[in-house]
Design a binder for this molecule. Sequence first.
Ligand code: FMN
Length: 211
Amino acid sequence: MYNTAKRKEYLRGILDEENTPSEPLELFKSWYEEADSAIKEDANAMILSTINKENKPNARVLLLRSFDREALYFFSNYQSNKAMDLEHKPYASLLFFWKELERQVRIQGIVKKIAAEESDIYFDSRPRTSQISALISPQSRIIPNRAYLETSFADALDTYKNKKISRPEFWGGYKLLPDYMEFWQGRVHRLHDRITYIRQGGSWIKKRLAP
Ligand SMILES: Cc1cc2nc3c(=O)[nH]c(=O)nc-3n(C[C@H](O)[C@H](O)[C@H](O)COP(=O)(O)O)c2cc1C
């Protein structure tokens, strides 16, 4: 059975060609800031989709840690499944859904590792417990049980007591350099606004898409 009872109208905003900047990351900045103040938690949660060696898509939630005029930055384990996917195909998509604002942003681009020194700076800023979790978790690998994690965590707490925890080489940052960005604003009668930016050479071409 299809769920037809749950229908809402989208009335919270509008998006048009004239009132959007020529740089999509500028529009992303203002939408991100609005989301961050409108949403209690996890406005920076996004879905990263990659393609694996068998050409199958793979999606998971990550946290956006930063962005600038060039790229969006996130951190993970460099031996995880997503890392293997990105080695095979260094191209991915990011998806944000900000329900409270009736907005979606879709982004595609090439993905690169950031410089080791940059990863060090971020790692050093993390709480000690998060540093230890990164250190002891063989992310995406099969482990025997929960106790394995908890024992490794407790052992590492002990080993590193009063010692600096340095970033392990298998953990660090990535940046996605967008070549495609689409902004979706929900509108009345399902006549939603979709403004898309396509990178051509050094500049961005802006187009409206049908909803
Ligand atoms: C809210 C939320 C935030 C997350 N943030 C991160 C993150 O920043 N980095 C990360 O590696 N995994 C994060 N995860 C876990 C990933 O979704 C995923 O389970 C993990 O990275 C392993 O993915 P993989 O096996 O595809 O490599 C987060 C999960 C959730 C639900």
